[in-house]
Design a binder for this molecule. Structure first.
Ligand SMILES: [Fe+2]
Ligand SMILES: [Fe+2]
Length: 174
């Protein structure tokens, strides 16, 4: 995790205007997933959504801005508040740097003992796109939304939706 991200996590806050904006875009069930995230992740998602919309204005051709905004706000909902401690998050990021493949296979869902929690942190870190997509499927989200959330950390694929490309670009900016 870069110093900038640490600073962002410590100083994270959401304005009333932003929370009204989010609730105006998302359905009540989607919003409940959004507000279940950690505050820094909520703030990250808001920034990604705003950048994604700014990027969309430079695209020639049709962009489904509603899908893009919802995808951006919901892409990390697999990261749930209280699920992963800051210490475990830091250890996971360090592990990812030095032994990414080992960390990926070591991750396991489910909190419990100290070690279980660390394995859970690894699981969330590596598998949050799938987890986010499953949460969205669970509330009956449409296929397009589930799809762009599921693939947001994968390399760009030929023929993918423009909303996915824009979401990935915006995510990399924050
Ligand atoms: Fe993500
Ligand atoms: Fe993200």
């Amino acid at each position: 995790m870069r110093a900038k991200q640490f600073w962002a996590a410590i100083t994270a806050h959401i304005t009333i205007e932003d929370s009204i904006w989010v609730n105006g875009i998302l359905s009540p069930r989607e919003a409940s997933l959004f507000w279940r995230m950690n505050l820094p992740d909520q703030q990250h998602a808001i920034r990604v959504a705003k950048s994604a919309i700014a990027l969309a204005t430079r695209v020639r051709g049709d962009v489904d801005t509603e899908l893009l905004l919802r995808g951006a706000l919901l892409h990390d909902v697999g990261k749930v508040y209280g699920d992963v401690s800051t210490a475990d998050k830091v250890l996971t990021v360090i592990g990812h740097k030095f032994a990414p493949r080992m960390m990926r296979s070591w991750g396991r869902e489910g909190r419990g003992s100290r070690i279980d929690n660390l394995r859970h942190a690894c699981y969330v870190y590596f598998h949050h796109p799938r987890r986010s997509a499953e949460f969205l499927q669970g509330i009956g989200a449409e296929e397009e939304l589930v799809e762009i959330v599921l693939h947001h950390h994968e390399p760009m694929a030929h023929g993918e939706r423009i909303e996915l490309t824009l979401l990935r670009q915006a995510d990399e900016m924050h």
